[in-house]
Design a protein around this ligand. Sequence first.
Ligand code: GLU
Length: 289
Amino acid sequence: MKRRGIAMLAASAAAALVLAGCAGGGGDGGSAEPTTEPAPTFEAGTTMAELAEAGEITIGTKFDQPLFGLVGPSGEPEGFDVEIGKIIAGKLGIAPENINWVETVSANREPFIQNGQVDIVVATYTINDKRKEVVSFAGPYYMAGQSILVLADNDDIESEDDLVGQPVCSVTGSTPAANLKELGAQVLETDTYSNCLEPLRNGQVVAVSTDNVILAGLAAQNEGEFKIVGKPFTEEPYGIGLALDDTDFRMWINDVLEESYEDGSYEEAWNSTAGTVQPFVEPPAVDRY
Ligand code: GLU
């Protein structure tokens, strides 16, 4: 009798642990701060050792992209990319309040890395061979795809084929702007995606085209005004940009990403940000090129 009671207690304790484990892995929409390692040590001379010693890091991100990187009323950037940046900083022993956030728009990401204005860039940043000539990438940590945003009452545009010869807004220095030109659209280029919304409202362009998750954030921010049409028509693997040939740092960030997939912090980062609008998907495998 007593034995059975203990067994039952053990079973319910196990069930409670399983439940707690699920909640810890995300899904509760909470925004727990990522863990800051108390005193991590790194091999002397590495970027990790330098940053840990300095106790601060400068991270480039977007400031006007809801869900990924947006400076709201708090004055601090918020979003999935911001949370990824905090996870990396935490593993260096750097608390969120010691991160210097810098706005990197699409066109200045490579130059900011090249001239040392930022230590890393986490900014809806597609890994590609052209960019890899001047910067390095850890990741990918997310797979996006180019899509199309139109006014909610527009039924003329259903896919990228309908953009040929049409005025479409995108951003200078981005992969979607290059893809649109190749497609034969007339591209109106500006500096940030939020600056594409007014031209869409006033009919200067018929669509805005960039990554699906960026458009989802803009649509959610302006409920009822816009809609996303068609299916994503490119692959945009998001990476963390860092100095060219800093292989130790790149491999270490890849380790940090993989750990975050295992310990639930990646999923938590998603669920508390972009996960409010987009379902969670398993991250792609990191590419240790
Ligand atoms: N992921 C694309 C890129 O890196 C578009 C998004 C952006 O411009 O940030 O160019």
